[in-house]
Design a protein around this ligand. Structure first.
Ligand code: GDP
Length: 306
């Protein structure tokens, strides 16, 4: 079994490569739920949905999130009333949030509902939220205000400097049933090329997850989401700098050294391989920019074999 710790779009691209080299039934994905939020009373799990829609071949390829062939009539109606529309929910996508919310209100656990949703989209891999406990990412901005993740990421377009990040509820949270057993059974545990602070960070903030990864460090492989000193998408590079880390593969290695034996870095960062080794993390140099499904497949092969 191959376990993958996953954020949203970077992880989803990698998983599209992985399913070309590993049978879907042998893949177990642990998704970040620190970004989960409630809008219009609906429980949204953006990272879980991005992975589900991508593996179903139904993701909106222009954005990397949301569904293909989407329409926006519900949002237009909200706008008519003067309601908040900064968090975009398409008409097709809304069905997922309606269903999830109704099931949670009936008392179902998020993990059970996620399984139902994944099965309905026939993604073929196990997809589990990192925890059934609510863990929520908050960012303290330089001006002292604290905002939930989606306010930072979508409403403020992550264009504001951050002072610190906290994962509320993480220290009391338990991993979803089955995750620790999957770690134990896995041949490889892969940290997808997702934002190390706000996508992988919340998963590692659950004490039992971090302890288990430290124990199984020998089989943990991470892929750097930072290439040539920059994030390919989103604020990972800025967040690293703002929180006192180097915005480079060396900064990523420093963050993950306790839990990852190996960091897969891009050819453009080959000159930094020595500094990664200096942190007791084995560097593996390859092309990590997944601009096509073929390149994602090649990257997945390297990660499985290293
Ligand atoms: P989000 O929740 O949608 O922001 O998604 P993630 O946290 O999973 O992914 C964002 C991170 O993925 C960014 O830091 C990107 O640099 C990284 N990323 C996206 N595409 C690629 C890629 O092709 N290769 C690598 N190495 N990283 C990527």
């Amino acid at each position: 079994m191959i376990v993958v710790l996953a954020g949203g779009t970077g992880a989803a691209k990698f998983l599209c490569g992985l399913v070309q080299v590993v049978n879907r039934e042998d893949i177990y994905v642990v998704g970040n739920t620190g970004d989960d939020a409630v809008f219009f009373g609906l429980h949204i799990s953006p990272d879980l949905d991005t992975i589900c829609y991508t593996l179903a071949g139904e993701v909106n390829s222009a954005t990397g999130w949301g569904l293909a062939n989407e329409t926006w009539h519900a949002m237009d109606t909200v706008a008519r009333y003067g309601g908040d529309t900064w968090f975009h929910l398409g008409d097709r996508d809304l069905g997922t949030h309606l269903y999830r919310t109704a099931r949670l209100r009936e008392g179902a656990q998020l993990s059970a509902v996620t399984e139902e949703i994944a099965e309905a989209w026939q993604i073929g891999v196990d997809l589990v939220p990192m925890s059934d406990y609510p863990v929520r990412t908050y960012l303290e901005l330089l001006d002292g205000t604290e905002v939930p993740f989606q306010d930072y990421f979508v409403k403020l377009r992550h264009s504001v400097p951050v002072e610190s990040v906290t994962f509320r509820g993480a220290s009391q949270a338990q991993p979803t049933n089955g995750i620790l057993e999957a770690f134990s059974a896995a041949e490889r545990i892969i940290l997808a090329p997702s934002n190390p602070i706000v996508s992988i960070g919340p998963i590692l903030a659950i004490p039992a997850v971090r302890n288990a990864l430290e124990k199984y460090r020998d089989k943990v492989r991470a892929i750097s989401p930072i290439v040539a000193g920059a994030a390919l998408k989103g604020p990972a590079d800025r967040l690293l700098r703002e929180l006192g880390h180097e915005a480079s593969v060396v900064g990523v290695a420093g963050l993950l050294a306790d839990v990852a034996d190996t960091l897969v870095i891009d050819e453009q960062d080959a000159a930094l391989a020595k500094s990664v080794s200096g942190l007791d993390v084995k560097p593996v140099v390859t092309n990590t920019v997944m601009s096509t499904p073929e390149l994602a497949k090649k990257l997945a092969s390297v990660v499985i074999d290293c």
